[in-house]
Design a protein around this ligand. Structure first.
Ligand SMILES: Cc1cc2nc3c(=O)[nH]c(=O)nc-3n(C[C@H](O)[C@H](O)[C@H](O)COP(=O)(O)OP(=O)(O)OC[C@H]3O[C@@H](n4cnc5c(N)ncnc54)[C@H](O)[C@@H]3O)c2cc1C
Length: 377
């Protein structure tokens, strides 16, 4: 690993720090968990502030309105926003972290022009409609049908676990365009405006008591064929572009947030838990070093196994931390409402499942990194 901060990097850090110091005190208090309109407004307002200050789409190329920041500047951004306790990306994580980058790689000029500026300005919120009741780990077995009719596809089926589908304007949706082809070869990736006739969104209550995800029912929804990203039936390849971003870079800001929570827990913890707390912090610190290594490799145009193990190692470390939170809290852990550390325990239950279950990540690592025999299919 070779990663040293240059004078330019430090100048970037100083300007960002000054901006954060001036901006954060002016933010209104964060709205309640179920105040969805206000939450959307609060998160997109933060995005707009980032945009106005030139910090939106930090890693997006300049030609698409991003900052085109160097990998080290991106690390500095995460370090400084965590230090200052700035807001997390929020309801538009799909738009900013993986739909936008997928459009940059795979979209037509019209698709890029229609969506990328709006995502960066906080004017358009995206969700992801990949999973179905019988297609999660085995995503390619998805059954939502899209039948071509003139210039449209007519889409029918059901999606599930669609995070923030209740406040999204647009979705990245996977549909089956050729039911007779082998399952990986008959899929297409569509841009789906969430207000089209025939779409019904039903929120699902989570263990936290909030409705972060939704079921989405599609009943003869007419979607312009011009909304397809990539060629018809080539959606599995485009999906892998999306997953590359979803399982890679998207976790970096969560990791730095975990380090912040570790500090919070240390403030209320007793000496009895020092060893375990130290272990959690060491694990997060090691993952931060791994992130720097990944970034350092990316800056030299190479990749290593680090990016593939990141999602698995991070989600399991964070789940161990969530368990520790509850033990440190003891009886106080019974007070769920508004206690970030109790929520941590409940929220982290889902991490080894979200964005690809741990068992599947282990399969990927054993086959693609360690070269072990493929799982029988
Ligand atoms: C917090 C959260 C947010 C999410 N947001 C979205 C979203 O916005 N959009 C979206 O489309 N989806 C979303 N998902 C869905 C997520 O992608 C799926 O839950 C995940 O892919 C697992 O699929 P599944 O739930 O159907 O579980 P299943 O695939 O049914 O798996 C159940 C269990 O069986 C194991 N298993 C399955 N196959 C194998 C195998 N071959 N070998 C070994 N073990 C196996 C799995 O590891 C898992 O432990 C979200 C999920 C969570 C938890």
């Amino acid at each position: 690993m070779e990663l040293r901060y240059s004078e330019d990097d430090e100048a970037f850090r100083a300007a960002l720090r000054a901006w954060l110091d001036a901006t954060l005190p002016a933010l209104a208090p964060q709205p309640g968990r179920e105040a969805w309109d206000e939450r959307r407004k609060w998160d997109t307002d933060w995005q707009r502030r980032l945009f106005d200050a030139g910090y939106a789409g930090l890693h997006w190329p300049k030609e698409y309105g991003g900052r085109g920041a160097s990998p080290t500047e991106q690390l500095i951004f995460y370090e400084e926003t965590t230090r200052a306790r700035a807001p997390y990306v929020g309801v538009n994580f799909v738009g900013t972290l993986h739909a936008g980058p997928t459009l940059i790689e795979e979209g037509t000029d019209e698709q890029k022009a229609a969506h990328l500026p709006k995502i960066l300005r906080g004017d358009e919120v995206w969700c992801q409609g990949f999973s179905e009741p019988n297609a999660g780990s085995d995503l390619a077995s998805l059954r939502t049908r899209a039948v071509r009719d003139g210039d449209d596809y007519v889409v029918s089926g059901q999606k599930i676990w669609c995070s923030f589908g209740n406040v999204a304007d647009v979705g990245e949706f996977l549909v089956r365009t050729d039911p007779d082809a082998p399952k990986h070869k008959g899929i297409s990736w569509l841009i789906l405006p969430m207000d089209l006739p025939g779409i019904e969104i039903r929120p699902i209550k989570t263990v936290l008591g909030s409705s972060e995800f939704c079921e989405v029912f599609l009943d003869d929804v007419r979607v312009p064929a011009a909304n397809r990203v990539g060629a018809e039936n080539d959606g599995w390849r485009v999906t892998n572009v999306t997953l590359k971003y979803e399982r890679g870079t998207a976790f970096v800001s969560e990791l730095v947030d975990a380090m912040r929570l570790c500090e919070d827990l240390a403030r209320i913890s007793s000496p009895q838990y020092e060893g375990e707390l130290g272990r959690c912090l060491a694990e997060f610190d090691a993952l931060w070093s791994l992130t720097k290594r990944n970034v350092s490799q990316a800056a030299r145009g190479t990749t290593g196994p680090g990016a593939m193990v990141m999602k698995l190692a991070y989600s399991e470390a964070r789940q161990r931390f969530g368990e520790l939170c509850l033990r440190v809290l003891g009886r106080d852990g019974l007070h769920v409402d508004g206690n970030e550390l109790v929520e941590e325990r409940l929220r982290t239950l889902a991490l080894p499942i979200a964005a690809g279950a741990s068992q599947i990540q282990r399969n990927i690592i054993s086959e693609r990194v360690l070269g072990m025999p493929r799982e029988p299919r």
